[in-house]
Design a protein around this ligand. Sequence first.
Ligand code: NAD
Length: 369
Amino acid sequence: MQRVPVETPGRDVSYEIAVGDGVLDGLPAFLEAHHAGRRVAAIGDAEALRHHGDRLRAALPAGAPVLAVPSGEASKTRAEKVRLEDELLSRRLGRDTVLIGFGGGVVTDLGGFVAATYLRGVPFVAVPTTLLAAVDASVGGKTGINTPQGKNLIGAIRQPAAVFADIRFLETLPEPEFLNGVAEALKMAATSDPELFSGMEKGIGALRDRESGALTRLIAAAVRIKAAVVSADERESGLREVLNFGHTIGHGLEHATGYVLAHGAAVAVGMIAESRMACRAGFLDPAAEDRLHSLIGSVGLAVRAPDGLERGPVLAALGSDKKARGGEPRYVVLEDIGRVRARDAQGRTAYSFSLPAEVVDAGLRAIGL
Ligand SMILES: NC(=O)c1ccc[n+]([C@@H]2O[C@H](COP(=O)([O-])OP(=O)(O)OC[C@H]3O[C@@H](n4cnc5c(N)ncnc54)[C@H](O)[C@@H]3O)[C@@H](O)[C@H]2O)c1
């Protein structure tokens, strides 16, 4: 078991992320120590509840309501938030309530947002049940929902009271969902942690077999990186952009495929393209690019754009990306394994850059576009 403390400077908020096999068993003691006498309610992903609902209920006070959320992104809506709020209100759950979010990123985002506004805010405990939620969505305090105009447009930044990342839940995760989390963890290693990257290279078999020790180390290292980036970002604006490595091309691919391509696959292919661009622009050594390419391939992630996809729709999507400035897409530029470019040509702090057309062209060719 590992415990990762998260400090949010300037906001006087700190909490702990417990990572490991069986850590949910620590939930009753946490509630007793920090929220004694409060009522508890859980919001749970229907599929996660189907597999692991008994374990969740065993960790909750007797009789605590568990509200199921239909699985999938389509639940991250205003309508679902209203439904959950009405359910909580009709059960007369007051300000003394602690809300538990049990599921993937959909439920930690939605449940965290419900908790942020319910009776003007009640404590939220995240229990991620997907690898993506464990390494990414449950850290950093971003909560929210989608609207017809776009993803995550309505929400709040609010830190949880605690996170219990119990890797036992990951045993039932379908492989594509598992790979979504691997892609984000790999991105964090590639941009910020050379030791985590070489650990992943050495432990590919254990990772693919979802061995408990390998997963605990991966999640703990990834949440340390995300927590450090997020808290530093509050002081030095922009560092959070580092987390977008692979995502400019990745979002372009997702958009151009009508979001059929899994997010993890899109980010993986995006990292292939963007590392080639960094190489072509003269910032990244080809040997480092090779290491990244071979790790992405050997963990089982995609390395090329889907067959039949044309370059045109991807380029169009790049121009309308929300990180684009004046229609110019911006890219995080890898300088080495574990390090990104952090200065512009004038020496000012910057984490994303526009790149010449021939450099982007080389990146797109590297993924078969
Ligand atoms: N807040 C943030 O900083 C942040 C960061 C990254 C992503 N996100 C958000 O996270 C969401 C994606 O999260 P996700 O990939 O976890 O998706 P998800 O929550 O939709 O879960 C993926 C699938 O796995 C199923 N599932 C969950 N736990 C399971 C288990 N233990 N066993 C078997 N099946 C299980 C779910 O029912 C669902 O079908 C997106 O909405 C994204 O916007 C937020």
